[in-house]
Design a protein. Structure first.
Length: 258
């Protein structure tokens, strides 16, 4: 199976001749080489963990260029319908739902969105980057209102007997029965000032064999930032030296689970 990080939370999975994509969003930071809707439209069916703009905003333009379906929770589906999308191409899913997409056997789990801490909020707002990216700042505020979170989901996938737990936001919901000892935990790494410690309990609870990081790039400045995962990796390896890490390059495809 090949996995490719396309920036922000956008990740594609390819196995045999089938490709699916999560959260296709090109971003606004041209310095990073944003993916166009035409490029993102080549990756097949779309899965959305929650409805924020950095997961959903490009979906209508992408689906106008292909015949893909989108899978998402009801509130997120409503956001797409409000934008004029064909309802027949939207499959509403909820925790407990099972989906078969070619070789991908997918189970929908209840998730939770990360809570932004006060230190991060102040550091972001009281920063000269707000002036440097003034237009982007107000665009992000507008998009945040236009694309509410809705219900946050986590997707558990099984491919050739291997399990992947795909998270679109870094938090777990109380009462959900999450898998343990998964082969890959796909972990978004943005949204807190204390990520290197905050994320440790999720690793301890899931006990993955490999952690694949994403969402750590500065795709929509000044709200996003480039986040170094080095301290987090060091902290994990102190208690779990057997866990492997994949810190991908934007646009790079690697073979995994072989």
């Amino acid at each position: 199976m090949e996995i490719k990080w396309l920036g922000t939370a956008a990740i594609s999975y390819k196995h045999n001749d089938r490709t699916i994509i999560f959260d296709p969003y090109g971003g606004t930071n041209k310095k990073l080489g944003c993916y166009s809707a035409q490029e993102l439209a080549t990756y097949g069916d779309i899965f959305i963990p929650h409805g924020h703009f950095d997961h959903l905003a490009d979906v209508p333009a992408i689906m106008a260029l292909n015949k893909a379906k989108v899978y998402c929770a009801h509130p997120t589906a409503q956001s797409l319908i409000n934008l004029g999308m064909d309802q027949s191409r939207i499959t509403v899913v909820a925790p407990g739902r099972k989906i078969v997409a070619g070789p991908f056997n997918i189970r929908v789990l209840k998730g939770k969105h990360i809570d932004f801490d006060r230190k991060l909020i102040l550091k972001t707002l009281l920063n000269l980057r707000v002036l440097r990216y003034f237009r982007n700042f107000f665009k992000v505020l507008f998009m945040t209102k236009k694309f509410p979170e809705g219900q946050t989901l986590i997707y558990e996938m099984e491919v050739d007997g291997k399990k992947i737990m795909h998270m679109g936001s870094l938090a777990l919901a109380e009462g959900e029965n999450y898998p343990q000892n998964v082969d890959i935990l796909v972990l978004p790494f943005q949204g807190r000032s204390d990520l290197e410690m905050y994320a440790l309990p999720f690793v301890a609870g899931i006990k993955p064999k490999t952690i694949y990081l994403h969402h750590f790039d500065d795709t929509f400045p000044p709200i996003s930032n480039t986040i170094s995962p080095d301290k987090f990796v060091q902290n994990v390896r102190k208690d779990f030296p057997e866990i492997k890490f994949v810190i991908p390059l934007r646009g790079s495809e690697i073979s995994i689970l072989e």
